[in-house]
Design a protein around this ligand. Structure first.
Ligand SMILES: Cc1cc2nc3c(=O)[nH]c(=O)nc-3n(C[C@H](O)[C@H](O)[C@H](O)COP(=O)(O)OP(=O)(O)OC[C@H]3O[C@@H](n4cnc5c(N)ncnc54)[C@H](O)[C@@H]3O)c2cc1C
Length: 412
């Protein structure tokens, strides 16, 4: 029997996880990843770039090296998903047919949705913007920094909070904190979208003298007068503006007529099938799922997609259900972090920030390029942290720790 052609559109976190898990089933399927650039960006590291604590080139990885050798890689932007003909139209190289498609095209910040934001504000959600912000921060000599969120949804909901707390640390280190007012703006009635996390963030912000302006729906930015204006009529002067732009799905989703009005793919929250398209699955930021757009969500979704896809190929009903699991380490400043673990049913109960969680976050950031090709190491880490079992995980082995200390994880 001919093998089913499975194509994964997008070689980011979700696409790479899925493809590497599918690689174990090449007796039944052929797996191809199509990615616009073939360069895999580890986006969580961008948080540190504006402070000069991370170099962008360390966050870029050759997708070919992250993928299992049996997975084929096509480097080309996809212009269109033609669901009727079951093929992708590639920008330069014709078409690519599929029997089953996994959409993993991520999300993009779109500053142009807010007049004046592209010229008047900074953010750190892409490499070029994080580098621009690095330059602006390093020229900053004191004044008012307005930082926050310009629209929902956006990926990694805690990242603007983390940035604000790290900014406080960074300004203190540079002896600029006494000369700087930090104001955090959000369209929400509270500082964060998940109520159980709000008390911890309020406590941290209060302790660090960070002001919060709620009900601030950014309407426009006036770069000349250095003012940010909300729909509610509040105007804030700023010396430096760091505002996470509203996000949209990848343009290919709109072009293919398979998205909603935000460019998100309507996805069954349990089976992860694209609604109305049996042979299509979606994963990660590209979906309209009611969970944080995060690499962690994509990680937990990947085995569900793989299981259900294989079931379909065997003519069975997709029976595996994603429970909405997400787990994120969150920087809390002062060299500490906390962790948010939650799912559709259970909200997070963040523990007191500690150096242990900060260490786990650093470990995760370091370990990622090695863990992905192996397909298992992150599973072990997440399962351990979720309390599923508690033996010493393999990454605590002394040989591996030594390699990490030396910054050499390639062969670990
Ligand atoms: C500053 C920052 C900090 C973050 N911190 C965390 C964190 O601590 N924990 C966490 O879990 N998550 C974090 N995230 C979020 C995380 O990086 C994303 O949620 C994750 O990358 C989503 O994975 P994805 O596979 O859905 O999309 P992506 O990883 O963005 O991959 C999408 C891929 O699709 C490709 N693509 C898109 N359109 C096309 C097309 N038309 N043709 C071909 N290819 C296409 C892109 O080139 C890209 O390679 C952070 C993000 C940022 C920006």
């Amino acid at each position: 029997m001919a093998k089913a052609k499975v194509v994964v559109l997008g070689g980011g976190v979700g696409g790479t996880f899925v493809a590497n898990k599918l690689a174990k089933h090449t007796d039944k399927i052929e797996v191809t990843v199509v990615d616009a650039t073939g360069v895999h960006h580890y986006q969580p590291g961008l948080l540190y770039v504006p402070f000069g604590w991370e170099q962008p080139e360390r966050l870029r990885h050759d997708e070919r090296k992250l993928l299992h050798p049996v997975v084929q890689l096509v480097r080309s932007p996809v212009e269109l998903v033609d669901v009727d003909k079951r093929q992708l139209r590639l920008l330069h190289d014709g078409t690519l047919p599929y029997d089953y498609l996994v959409i993993a095209t991520g999300s993009c910040p779109v500053p142009d949705e807010i007049p004046g934001l592209a010229d008047g504000g900074y953010h750190f959600y892409t490499e070029p913007s994080a580098l621009r912000l690095r330059e602006a921060l390093h020229n900053f000599q004191g004044g008012r920094i307005v930082v926050g969120i310009a629209g929902f949804p956006y990926k990694c909901p805690p990242a603007p909070i983390e940035f604000t707390l790290l900014l406080d640390d960074w300004l203190r280190q540079r002896k600029l904190r006494d000369k700087t007012e930090i104001v955090f703006v959000t369209p929400l009635p509270q500082v964060f979208s998940i109520p159980t996390v709000v008390p911890l963030i309020e406590e941290l912000f209060n302790r660090k003298g960070i002001k919060v302006e709620t009900f601030f729906n950014t309407e426009s930015v006036d770069p000349e007068k250095r003012k940010v204006i909300s729909l509610e009529g509040t105007e804030l002067d700023y010396d430096l503006l760091v505002l996470i732009p509203p996000h949209r799905g990848s343009p290919v989703i709109d072009a293919s007529g398979i998205g909603d009005k935000g460019g998100w793919v309507p996805t069954d929250k349990f089976t992860l099938q694209v609604k109305g398209h049996e042979r299509l699955f979606a994963i990660g930021d590209a979906t309209d799922l009611p969970v944080s757009k995060s690499g962690a969500a994509a990680h937990f979704e990947a085995p569900i997609v793989v299981h259900n896809l294989l079931q379909l190929i065997e003519g069975k009903e997709p029976a595996a259900h994603y429970d909405g699991s997400v787990m994120c380490f969150v920087e809390a400043g002062d060299g500490k972090a906390t962790v948010l673990r939650f799912n559709y049913e259970r909200p997070p109960q963040p523990p007191k920030p500690s150096v242990l969680w900060r260490w786990m976050k650093a470990l995760m950031n370091r370990f990622y390029p090695v863990a992905i090709p192996r397909g298992i190491a992150l599973d072990v880490m997440f399962a351990t942290l979720q309390g599923k079992f508690f033996p010493s995980p393999p990454f605590c082995g002394s040989e591996l720790m030594e390699k990490m200390r030396q910054g050499d994880l390639r062969d670990a």
